[in-house]
Design a protein around this ligand. Structure first.
Ligand SMILES: Nc1ncnc2c1ncn2[C@@H]1O[C@H](COP(=O)(O)OP(=O)(O)O)[C@@H](O)[C@H]1O
Ligand SMILES: [Mg+2]
Length: 256
């Protein structure tokens, strides 16, 4: 099979962080591969290296050693320009605190990365409208972030992350600052994206409710993978059925 069946491959990733006299070994040999269309959760206690790992995958930081392939391309030693291009075209990033531009409307926030793209694949405003509509935000396109709820802002952030149709969407604690109802809406949105657009989603979380909805869970502890647990569709269906019985249906996208 071609290497490109994998949207992400990491090989023996290490990240040392120099703190003056002490060196923190934030990652200590992390190797895993992610196939197209997977919905992967990364869990683990605070300080176990989850954000460090996601930052390396997303090109926000560089590893001390080891390699990273994104969509078949070795991105480990790219210069800043090339890395910026990979970030813009191959990766969408969703953060806990949304990080939207406060002075821009939802529509303008989503259009921004399309306007910055080197290859103009989409009409920025048309694409932004389509994505916001898909995420149930069609009637809030001209609102600015401070006129939106947390759950709504996060859906705008997801639309922005998908602007250039990246194969890989990374989300670091995307529900970490939301109440449970908004969390459910955002999780539904991410699941919908993964199903309908075929985007590979990697989500870092310490929320077990969130972790119960992914297809595979990697557990980090002290900078290493201690468990890599793929769930079968049957297992997942059983979990979903159980949750529906015990908590009632989760609300649909766009209802908060
Ligand atoms: N910028 C930094 N400076 C110093 N130490 C850091 C920095 N970023 C992360 N660390 C350390 O690296 C380890 C992993 O951190 P992190 O990846 O943020 O964990 P998690 O996201 O799982 O809570 C922790 O021990 C943390 O203190
Ligand atoms: Mg973290």
């Amino acid at each position: 099979m071609s290497q490109n069946q994998y949207v992400l491959q990491t090989e023996n990733l290490h990240k040392d962080i120099n703190m003056g006299k002490v060196v923190v070994h934030a990652l200590r040999g992390v190797t895993f591969s992610v196939e197209r269309g997977e919905f992967l959760g990364i869990i683990g206690p605070s300080g176990s290296g989850k954000s460090t790992l996601l930052g390396l995958i997303g090109g926000l930081d560089t590893p001390t050693s080891g390699t990273i392939h994104i969509d078949g391309q070795n991105v480990t030693n790219l210069d800043e320009n090339a890395l910026t291009r990979v970030r813009n075209e191959k990766i969408g990033f969703v953060f806990q605190f949304f990080n939207l531009v406060p002075t821009l409307t939802a529509l303008e926030n989503v259009a921004l990365p399309i306007q910055f793209a080197r290859k103009k694949r989409f009409n920025p405003h048309k694409r932004a409208k389509e994505l916001l509509t898909l995420l149930g935000m069609g009637d809030r396109m001209h609102h600015r972030p401070n006129q939106l709820s947390g759950g709504q802002q996060q859906r705008v952030a997801i639309a922005r992350a998908l602007a250039n149709e990246p194969p890989l969407l990374l989300a670091d604690e995307p529900t970490g600052s939301l109440d449970s109802e908004s969390s459910a809406v955002v999780m539904n949105a991410l699941r919908d994206v993964q199903k309908r657009m075929g985007t590979t989603v990697i989500i870092v979380t310490h929320d077990l409710e969130v972790a119960s909805q992914v297809n595979r869970i990697i557990t980090l502890n002290d900078g290493q993978i201690i468990k890599d647990d793929a769930r079968s569709t049957a297992q997942l269906a059983a979990v979903q059925a159980y949750k529906k019985r015990s908590t009632g249906e989760l609300s649909a996208v766009g209802t908060n």
